[in-house]
Design a protein around this ligand. Structure first.
Ligand SMILES: C[S@@+](CC[C@H](N)C(=O)[O-])C[C@H]1O[C@@H](n2cnc3c(N)ncnc32)[C@H](O)[C@@H]1O
Length: 293
């Protein structure tokens, strides 16, 4: 690290001091970030893939989907927001643990400021509500200080993440604050690609469930079915698949990550399936309307 001295006009220095106090960041950190932004937008290193997404004013709250875990599956827009944000919040069960979403953020935006906020995902509704209130307070304090705040989540922010509830709570407290979402690739898309199976066909539904007990009726209806949070015994899933002649299902653990394992449901053993696993039952048979490429 090289040290630089710069002279600032009194008014600019006072504004910098004020922003540092409001945001809880050091003046040096803010100056460094301003220079990084300047350089990112100019010179030979400003590449097309570094383009900023349009329209993110300060302050704003952005839910950013970082995909299932492979940094290569982060969209260019998501990447740009992660790099440009004044802080990227990730929720964790324990503030000493680096979660999967944080690992992706570190890989694609190594200099960005990351803040871990503990969040209870197990436990009762009160505990979750308490976590949501704490998280919204962190977000509102940062946006009140004028920041562009990103909340990074696995997959896509709109499905089965804390973001939709957080967005509602923040809008309730700050109705004028822009709250937006950057989509991410869902794990079932990565799983289907890894397994080489089709997710959807014209005229047939694609259903995502997160309880093994919901598999039965959707498999019976001939839908393509995705099971999230598949932390159940593989034997249970295998029995349901057999009942419906849907043994073409695949279990994708750690999709797109080191240690990825994609196996047929029948070959998954009979023990527990990992939390970070997605089971995909492809669309069966021919499409019901039109042709399918
Ligand atoms: C809370 S949900 C998050 C879903 C996410 N928002 C999405 O759009 O894919 C967590 C579940 O996503 C699935 N998942 C996330 N990342 C995964 C990965 N790399 N491999 C397999 N499944 C994954 C697992 O089923 C996990 O239990």
């Amino acid at each position: 690290v090289h040290k630089s001295s710069i002279y600032l006009p009194v008014a600019l220095k006072a504004e910098l001091t004020g922003l540092a106090a409001r945001s809880g960041r050091s003046e040096a950190e803010l100056v460094r970030q301003a220079i990084e932004r300047l350089l990112a937008g100019a010179g030979p290193q400003a590449r097309a893939e570094d383009a900023r997404p349009p329209g993110y004013e300060r302050p704003s709250l952005v839910g950013v989907g970082v995909g299932p875990g492979d940094p290569g599956l982060v969209t260019r827009r998501a990447h740009a927001v992660l790099r440009d944000a004044d802080r990227v919040i990730v929720t964790t069960t324990d503030e000493h643990s680096v979660g999967r979403a944080e690992m992706v953020v570190r890989a694609v935006a190594p200099t960005t400021r990351i803040q871990r906020v503990p969040f209870t995902i197990t436990g009762d509704a009160d505990a979750r509500m308490h976590s949501l209130t704490d998280l919204s307070e962190v977000v509102v304090a940062a946006t009140d200080a004028g920041e562009l705040v990103a909340v990074a989540v696995l997959g896509d922010p709109s499905q089965r993440t804390v973001f939709p509830d957080l967005a509602d709570e923040v809008r309730r407290q700050r109705s004028a604050l822009p709250v937006v979402t950057e989509p991410g690739i869902a794990s079932y898309q990565a799983a289907a690609a890894g397994a080489g199976v089709r997710l959807g066909l014209p005229g047939r539904a694609l259903v995502v469930v997160d309880r093994a007990e919901d598999l039965d009726r959707h498999l019976a209806g001939g839908d393509a079915v995705v099971l999230y949070k598949a932390s159940t015994d593989a034997a249970t899933v295998q029995a349901i698949a057999r009942d419906h002649g849907r043994e073409d299902g695949v279990v994708a653990e750690l999709a797109g990550l080191p240690g990825e394992r994609i196996v047929a449901v029948a070959d998954a053993g009979d023990g527990p399936i990992a939390y970070l696993a997605t089971v995909v039952f492809p669309s069966p048979g021919p499409s019901l309307v039109g042709g399918s490429p």
